[in-house]
Design a binder for this molecule. Structure first.
Ligand SMILES: [Zn+2]
Ligand SMILES: [Zn+2]
Length: 242
């Protein structure tokens, strides 16, 4: 049976946008691989925002974080590892490319080579990435993964099976999935796993190194998917890259 390789630009993309697809691949008995692309190192602006004093409605308390970039990177990694373990993925690779170089050529080149490397080790594999260009919001690391996938497809003369998941699609309250190639709806079992994976990004226990970084980065996405103000969204949105 062909293998499936998922590539997550950040710690949380695998849970937000592809957890159902990951579970589907695991359930059908495929060998499932997950590659974490960036180290998630925060920009100076993001670090400043985190370390300002603010009241957080999510944790219902005042935060006065004083975390270094390195501490945040470690906290994000813990979330990612807990999430991928919850999803039952046996093969996890952490590339840990420097997030701050996401727009640069070397960053894209490394992802492209990684796709081709997996393709040559697992011929005919299904490669699932996170959509950049076609998504609702443009994010540098997501864009880099799309560019890399396009370059890999070109080098492979169009023979790769490349599927791109839209992460920010949940923000479109109406016409969700408009224009994407396929919308899947998770089964109850897949949804249970996705919820557990997402929950790994909500844990705030500083004494254990858990800082709920995912939650604080994109609270609206977690809320829209988990249904904090209404119904949960069990769908996933994908495009094919030919
Ligand atoms: Zn991301
Ligand atoms: Zn908080």
């Amino acid at each position: 049976m062909v293998a499936t390789v998922f590539y997550s630009p950040h710690q949380d993309d695998e849970a937000l946008g592809m957890a159902g697809a990951i579970r589907e691949a695991v359930e059908t008995g495929r060998e499932v691989y997950l590659v974490l692309i960036s180290n998630g190192s925060p920009s100076a602006a993001l670090l400043d925002r985190y370390n300002s004093t603010f009241f957080c409605a999510l944790c219902n308390q005042q935060h006065s974080f004083r975390y270094s970039a390195q501490q945040l990177v470690e906290a994000r990694l813990m979330e990612f590892r807990a999430s991928s373990a919850a999803l039952g993925i046996r093969h996890v690779e952490e590339m840990l490319l420097d997030e701050r170089q996401a727009g640069e050529e070397g960053f894209i080149w490394s992802i492209k080579n990684k796709i081709l490397e997996y393709e040559s080790a697992l011929p005919g594999a299904s490669h699932r990435l996170v959509s950049g260009r076609k998504d609702f919001v443009l994010n540098p690391a997501h864009l880099a993964s799309t560019t890399a996938a396009e370059q890999a497809q070109k080098e492979a003369s169009g023979k790769l099976d490349l599927q791109m998941y839209r992460i920010y699609e949940y923000r479109k309250r109406f016409r969700q999935g408009n224009g994407c190639a396929k919308i899947t709806t998770l089964t109850n079992q897949q949804w249970d796993y996705k919820r557990i994976a997402l929950n790994q990004y909500l844990r705030f226990k500083p004494e254990e190194g858990r800082l709920a970084f995912g939650l604080h980065s994109v609270p609206d996405l977690f809320g829209l998917i988990l249904g904090w103000k209404g119904k949960e969204n069990r769908r996933e949105f994908l495009d094919f890259l030919r």
